[in-house]
Design a protein around this ligand. Structure first.
Ligand code: GDP
Length: 440
């Protein structure tokens, strides 16, 4: 995410390296570099200039503290300003009403339907709500099916009326049903068009007027940069929405939309969506995003993702098996699955401070575990639960079944064995489960 911007900012700070203090002269060239980096990340020139003017003012106004180098001081100032630009603190979703109605609007292809599914899943699993998803796209029958498929995956009801061509009526009927069935949140996925168009705006505005939603979330593809900002302006003028959702942040986005939407429309970014997995929706925290842009990682989000996947009971069971030296291939596979559920692998690694930069050009696909999974999948249940059974001839059979070379199996077995040895050592020193439990 935002790799090119991160790199450019990093090299701007390097200009201050070796400088004993911040002066008019050395700050000027750093600030110029920062401004260029922002403009290249698709930040509008005026916003970039205002931003760097503030940074310069703050830097020159800072007292020189010998413990902090000018470079570090500059990073801190830029981080605070970036967070401020993106909204300062996080913005809560208003879901107090019962049922709360959330209207989802945006262009076609922006990721509205996918986000609707993610939001329903988020509200169900994290907020204890009982959502109803509403398919109010009356032009594309496929959109109804898409929402139904998503609803099924997350176990959330979907309301649709394929024959009805009146989006307002559909929304009203859905809310009536929600009240009857005890749904606590109604998420209305509206129709989009490829570009801003009057008929679409009127339709969404009519739905808004009829159902008086508690939240109107505008969904926008972050990869469209300045266009995203312009589209946001157009939607906001008509709908006066309550929050922005940035999608496709997992893609090759330059960052302009994330950095400037809040400033331009004066509405907070409430969620960021990264990827097509339904459980990878993140509440937007400006401070954390600023840290990630500056290559400081985002340990808080990483830990939260881990906490969402690993539960106390599983952690205890695992701890016990490790303590009794019984960690086997079934456990190993289970751990892999949980890591995979935490999200895109490269994205996860990028949250570790300093790692994002290092792996920037390395292609880490989500298939990274495929080989290992094939090998484990090719074992018999008895072999999985008793790794010591696996002798030479079994290894050959496993390799063949997994479509791998015998060397691959040998190497994996060796690594697994080393891991078990390490666990044994940990047990000896009494650190075994405690460390793992702390994660769960
Ligand atoms: P809609 O027309 O606005 O409802 O958009 P969809 O939800 O159908 O999404 C359009 C396309 O973008 C689909 O292929 C989605 O799978 C994809 N998509 C949606 N959100 C994300 C995201 O956060 N990351 C990535 N990489 N793709 C996404």
């Amino acid at each position: 995410m935002f790799e090119s911007l991160s790199e450019r900012l990093d090299s701007a700070f390097k200009q201050l390296k070796g400088e004993g203090r911040i002066s008019e002269i050395n700050v000027a060239s750093t600030v110029k570099e920062i401004r260029r980096a922002l403009v290249d990340a698709d930040v509008n020139y005026k916003i970039a200039k205002d931003f760097t003017d503030r940074v310069r003012e703050k830097a020159l106004g800072e007292k020189v503290i010998t413990a902090i180098s000018p470079g570090q001081l500059m990073v801190k100032i830029v981080k605070d300003e970036l967070a401020e630009l993106m909204g300062g603190t996080e913005a809560e979703l208003d879901i107090k009403a019962n049922p709360s109605v959330i209207l989802i609007a945006g262009l076609q292809g922006s990721g509205k339907t996918t986000f609707s599914g993610k939001l329903a899943n988020f509200l169900k699993t994290k907020k204890g709500k009982k959502p109803l998803l509403v398919a109010a796209d009356i032009y594309r029958p496929a959109a109804i099916d898409q929402l139904k498929v998503l609803g099924e995956q997350i176990g959330v009801e979907v309301y649709s009326e394929p024959e009805n061509k009146d989006a307002v009526k559909i929304a009203q009927n859905a809310i009536a049903q929600a009240k009857q069935n005890g749904n606590t949140v109604v998420i209305i996925d509206t129709a989009g068009r490829l570009a801003v168009d009057e008929a679409m705006m009127t339709e969404v505005a009519n739905v808004k007027a009829a159902v008086k939603p508690n939240e109107i979330l505008f969904v926008v593809d972050s990869m469209t940069g300045q266009d995203a900002v312009n589209t946001a302006k157009a939607f906001n003028e008509r709908l006066d929405f309550s929050g922005v959702v940035l999608t496709k942040l997992d893609g090759d986005t330059r960052g302009g939309a994330a950095l400037t939407i809040k400033y331009t429309v004066e509405k907070p970014i409430k969620f960021v969506s990264m990827g097509e997995k339904l459980d990878t929706l993140d509440v937007f925290y400006p401070e954390r995003m600023a840290q990630r842009i500056l290559g400081m990682g985002d340990i808080t989000t990483l830990v939260e993702r881990a906490q969402a996947q690993f539960n106390e009971e599983q952690a205890k069971k695992l701890e016990k098996k490790i303590r009794q030296n019984q960690f086997d291939f079934d456990d190993f596979r289970e751990q892999l699955n949980q890591i995979k559920k935490m999200g895109n692998l490269k994205d996860l690694m990028g949250m570790i401070p300093g790692i994002g930069k290092a792996i920037k050009d390395i292609d880490i696909s989500d298939d990274a575990f495929k080989g290992i999974e094939a090998i484990i999948g090719s074992m018999t249940p008895a072999e999985r639960s008793n790794p010591d059974l696996i002798d030479g001839s079994r290894r050959r059979r496993i390799a063949k079944g997994a479509g791998k070379d015998i060397q691959d199996v040998n190497q994996f077995m060796k690594q697994f064995e080393q891991m078990r040895q390490m666990m044994k050592q940990m047990n000896k020193f009494g650190a075994g489960g405690r460390g793992l439990r702390a994660m769960g």
